[in-house]
Design a binder for this molecule. Structure first.
Ligand code: AHR
Length: 857
């Protein structure tokens, strides 16, 4: 009551008598911890307080102070029957039931109820479930006892540290004493448990929720009400005074790309193969057994009635590629058909390499007619392949398209009766990027290259650490002859042939002058993995007794990429066609993993081994999926403690967040690990989103001494096959559709500098909201002496700008590149003009615009 009185009073008369009122604060109150069943506890742990245990007041308006992080996206993440208590040292602990059907529970600790450590999900015996935990502490044995309900029985487990637990034992119902109470809150009756806390705890919780609410409101900033919000602002003038004396070197690798095989970015995307399921390795597991059409026959059909098409695996071409097609021909004339990814696109006059492995198990030689057939049935190309081998043998032919086609199909017709086995049936355009065999789709590869990325991170994100331990991306499975590579389910619920494998990634990096940045799992799979059948569940990890082997696999990668041709792994690289080293300098270890003990143990092993054996490699650690929270904090703590040179930060946010956090890196400790902002994007593909990203990138350039690299995510998305939106570049079979966000990346990539030149910005109207909508960054490219000025105006009004160049000693010629339009636009032209320049740069920054001045020396 006193607190409420105080707030009302303060509202009425201001804060001047704050001190006097503090005396009215209670020493302690009751804190009620609960979660709501309406959303299965997904909104986390809430609090209410009371002075008398009768009248309860919400704390932070049902803010979720800690949320369950268990299980796959969306489906799990449930918190049931939480029990909050303090341990013997006064540290807060919370235990809850996950979903009352599994033999695990959740545990988390916190020093202050505001920041929370990593969650743990201990296991119980298989037959047990876990509900309504109650925790008691026995001082004499220094032991905690968790009593809980499983089915209709009662159990207890003891622990001294919440890391190791004794086996659960049954107890009589009378020994289970639930002290939860049910109270009435504005939203209705809820059940939870009560602790006694100092009033300052409630104050801190309230303050936290208020701040989060304020930040949340900032994230909602958009252009929708700009005309009202900025109505008094008719125009604004800005004066920029550079201070080159204070210049500082910045990273020369700042803008790069992050390629992940998501949204069909690899198979059906950048990887130029035109046939889908060429290896007959699609498996129901790719789709978690939720799609009955997703099997070894997917994408293949037959025509005519005299062809029997089955799948077998008894005499495989390679152990990694077990399935193959068996065609039994009663009467020639029927065909096996593949329509690629939404049809096969062809260009008139272009050559297409057709290859396949054939085994004539019936001992007969036979001809196979292969055709490219247009949607209207017209034949665009055909060739006959003569096969005679009774063992698996590769055959090839070239097909030249007689006309353009958007959605042709591939047909294969055995010309004699009997049984023939087929595998790895491939159709590849001869014209790939740089005409590489097994190469990349040229238009997509060129569009990415046009960003002028200084590095490429690959092969993912979540894909890299995979859906469970068995799905971790293992680089060794992705090199060598394609028929010997090991395809596997893609965490994004499709199939990865790994035809685009490590060799191809490194080759592409080299082809476009980008530094390769492979990211490897830290011995743990994706934090959103399904529940493991191997007893690990949630994230799990490679068993410690297999970790030496896994660590060796990572060390072998360095030898494969950089070792001499005489080395075991360097030899394989040379045999694949690249005797020269690939010049690998960076390795990412982990991808936004939960920073658990399990993770830390494995990461430390890998990191120490790399540091010891390859000090020339910069290891990039991981600090969770957000710019705050427990994984961020603990990831940073671990990386700082181990002195990892760099960490990978990820955040997907609203434009409002990017606008309102211009100083995010300004106060980063320069003595701590450097930052790789490996994944970021504002939620959308409008000009407003793109400009918010541009604005943020000007701040990143200012912090280019601590932020070493940055990459937007995700990069590629096949239309109608996306698992994630927004993306940077959309495509279909015949078109590439870069977004306006892409234009921003391209402008930054092509206008990078190596030195940041600080400047002072003076506005005709000083106002925080206005200032936050203006971005400026001046850099010098020391390789050619050019000065680049980037100017972002996210205001609905023009800004006239004057920039004094005298101290920068510029040349007299400049290019001015402009991207502007209406904030909701999705496509905006970029115009470039060449302009003579003097000692003062004067420009009118249009509303919602990004202007880049490149002043040549
Ligand atoms: O970029 C898409 C996904 O976002 C990445 O796979 C993952 O790292 C992040 O959660």
């Amino acid at each position: 009551m006193f607190a409420v009185t105080r707030i009302v009073f303060l509202l009425l008369i201001g804060t001047s008598i704050d001190k006097a009122l503090l005396a009215n604060e209670p020493d302690s109150v009751y804190l009620f911890a609960y979660t709501t069943i309406k959303d299965k506890g997904r909104s986390g742990l809430h609090f209410a307080w009371s002075a008398d245990r009768k009248k309860w007041n919400l704390v932070g308006n049902e803010y979720g102070y800690v949320k369950c992080d268990y299980g796959p996206w969306g489906e799990e993440k449930q918190m049931h029957t939480p029990y909050l208590f303090q341990n013997a040292n006064g540290e807060w602990q919370c235990i809850w039931s996950l979903d009352e059907t599994i033999n695990q529970f959740a545990y988390v600790a916190s020093a202050n109820l505001v920041t929370w450590n990593s969650q743990r999900y201990p296991y119980l015996k298989k037959e047990l479930t876990f509900r309504q935990p109650v925790v008691q502490y026995d001082k004499s044995s220094r032991q905690y006892t968790i009593t809980f309900i499983s089915g209709d029985k009662y159990y207890k487990i003891n622990t001294i540290d919440f890391k190791t637990y004794d086996e659960a034992v049954a107890i009589p119902a009378s020994a289970y004493k639930d002290d939860r109470i049910t109270v009435t809150l504005p939203a209705g009756a809820v059940t939870g448990n009560v602790s006694k806390v100092a009033w300052s705890v409630v104050n801190k919780l309230t303050e936290t929720a208020t701040l989060k609410g304020y930040e949340y409101n900032q994230t909602r900033e958009s252009f929708q009400n700009d005309s009202i919000r900025f109505a008094p602002l008719r125009s604004i003038s800005a004066t920029v005074t550079p201070d080159p004396e204070k210049r500082k070197p910045i990273s020369d690798l700042l803008i790069g790309v992050f390629f992940e095989d998501i949204n069909y970015a690899a198979d059906g995307g950048l990887y130029a193969e035109l046939l889908q399921n060429r290896d007959f390795e699609y498996t129901p597991a790719d789709r978690k057994n939720r799609d009955s059409s997703w099997n070894s026959k997917h994408s293949w059909t037959t025509s005519g009635a005299n062809l029997h098409f089955t799948i077998d695996s008894t005499t495989p071409l390679h152990i990694n590629n077990a399935h193959y097609a068996v065609l039994n021909v009663q009467q020639p004339g029927s065909a096996l058909i593949n329509s690629g990814y939404d049809g096969i696109p062809l260009k008139k006059g272009d050559a297409y390499d057709c290859s396949l492995f054939v085994k004539n198990s019936d001992g007969k030689s036979r001809n196979l007619l292969v055709k490219l057939v247009n949607a209207d049935g017209s034949i665009l190309a055909q060739a006959t392949i003569k096969t005679g081998s009774q063992q698996w043998k590769k055959y090839t032919t070239s097909l030249i398209a007689a006309a353009d086609a958007k959605d042709a199909r591939f047909e294969l017709q055995p010309l004699s009766t009997g049984s023939v086995l087929l595998d790895m049936i491939s159709l590849f355009p001869e014209k790939t990027f740089k005409n590489r065999k097994n190469g990349l789709r040229a238009d997509l590869a060129e569009t990415v290259a046009a960003i002028h990325p200084r590095f490429i991170r690959f092969p993912g994100g979540c894909l890299a650490h995979g859906d469970g331990v068995d799905n971790i991306y293992r680089w060794k499975n992705t090199i060598g002859p394609i028929e010997a590579r090991k395809p596997q389910p893609n965490i994004w619920r499709y199939h990865q042939t790994v035809g685009l494998g490590y060799f191809e990634y490194f080759q592409y990096c080299e082809d476009i002058g980008a530094t390769p940045l492979p990211v490897l799992a830290a011995g743990v799979p994706c934090q959103n993995s399904g529940l493991g059948a191997n007893g690990f569940g949630q994230q799990g990890g490679i068993p410690m007794n297999e970790m030496d082997q896994y660590v060796q696999e990572i060390l072998d990668l360095v030898e494969w990429a950089n070792g001499p041709v005489t080395s075991k792994w360097g030899k394989l690289r040379a045999e694949a066609g690249h005797p020269a080293p690939f010049n690998l300098k960076y390795i990412g270890v982990g991808n936004e993993d939960l920073i658990t003990d399990l993770f830390s143990e494995r990461f430390t092993l890998i990191y120490n081994a790399l540091k010891q054996q390859h000090p020339e490699i910069t290891v990039i650690g991981t600090v969770g999926p957000f710019h705050d929270g427990s994984d961020y904090e603990q990831g940073w703590a671990l990386a700082s403690q181990l002195k990892v040179p760099m960490v990978d930060e990820h955040y997907y946010e609203s434009p409002g967040w990017f606008i309102n956090n211009p100083d995010f890196y300004d106060s980063y400790d320069r003595n701590k690990p450097k930052v790789y902002l490996g994944e970021y994007a504002s939620h959308g593909n409008t000009l407003f989103n793109a400009l918010a990203e541009a604005l943020y990138l000007t701040n990143i350039e200012r912090n280019g001494d601590v932020v070493h690299m940055a990459s937007y995510a995700p990069l590629l998305a096949r239309e109608k096959h996306t698992q994630w939106n927004p993306d940077l570049i959309y495509f279909n079979n015949t078109e590439v559709k870069p977004t306006v966000n892409y234009e921003v990346q391209k402008l930054f990539g092509n206008n990078a500098g190596t030195e940041y030149l600080p400047s002072v910005l003076t506005l005709s109207k000083e106002d925080e909201a206005v200032r936050k909508r203006l971005g400026i960054s001046i850099v010098r490219d020391t390789t050619d002496g050019s000065i680049i000025v980037k100017l972002v105006n996210l205001l609905p009004v023009a800004t006239s700008l004057k920039l004094d160049l005298t101290k920068l000693a510029p040349g007299s010629k400049a290019e001015r590149t402009l991207l502007n339009g209406k904030p909701a636009d999705r496509q905006n032209p970029v115009t470039v003009t060449t302009v003579a320049i003097g000692n003062v740069l004067e420009d009118t920054l249009l509303p919602y615009s990004f202007t880049v001045w490149k002043i040549h020396k």
